[in-house]
Write a protein that binds this ligand. Structure first.
Ligand code: BEZ
Length: 204
């Protein structure tokens, strides 16, 4: 399997953390791409008309995207039910945490594009603040509901951990741990997992 990704992408990291947890990482060849929303990669577009990372190309040539589909495929490949609780509250909780973590990553990325990519005179401050507020509300909710986060890896805990890792990587100055001590303790434990250590974000 081939994965179009970028070592800074939290969504790409999510896929690779899942792969490590499932013992599948060494079956994936990662192709790193330097791209932006306004400078897409033709190689990625050839496999995904949206041109987005991560995109996974299977050995039969079929392409899977986005990270939700890829992670579910990997879980299926590993026998199923490993990262996705099969029934009851645990399932809906993990899937909802995945949605929360994906949303926080999306908002953080939009804020990053607006500050880093957009020419200074065109920046829209209210937009940046709106995206950062989404992240803030997510952090506040997680602090109040930290008991919902699994100590083991499931799709919810993996996604939230990748969102927090991205905040450390790109928004360290915002000091998300302040006011979120219980969440910070959870993340310290989760981040020590080999799957997280093997996928630390870096600039391409
Ligand atoms: C980043 O540099 O923060 C980044 C790069 C690719 C995808 C997502 C984020």
């Amino acid at each position: 399997m081939r994965l179009h990704s970028n070592p800074a992408s939290p969504f790409g990291r999510k896929v690779m953390v899942a792969a490590h947890e499932l013992g599948l990482a060494d079956r994936i060849t990662v192709d790193d791409h330097l791209l932006s929303p306004v400078e897409p990669s033709e190689a990625v577009i050839a496999d995904n008309p949206l041109g987005k990372l991560p995109t996974m190309v299977l050995d039969n040539g079929h392409a899977l995207y986005d990270s939700r589909v890829i992670c579910e495929y990997l879980d299926h490949l590993a026998g199923g039910g490993r990262l996705y609780p099969q029934a009851g509250d645990a399932r809906w909780r993990a899937l909802t945490l995945q949605a929360l973590g994906d949303g926080m990553m999306e908002a953080a990325l939009l804020a990053r594009y607006e500050t880093f990519l957009r020419p200074e005179e065109l920046r829209w401050q209210a937009w940046i603040e709106h995206q950062k507020l989404k992240v803030q509300r997510g952090l506040d909710w997680l602090e109040q509901n930290v008991d919902q986060l699994a100590e083991e890896a499931d799709i919810g805990s993996i996604t939230i951990a990748c969102a927090l890792g991205y905040l450390d990587f790109r928004f360290g100055a915002d000091k998300w741990r302040e006011g979120h001590a219980r969440l910070a303790d959870w993340f310290a434990r989760f981040e020590s997992r080999p799957s997280m250590q093997a996928t630390l974000p870096r600039q391409l």
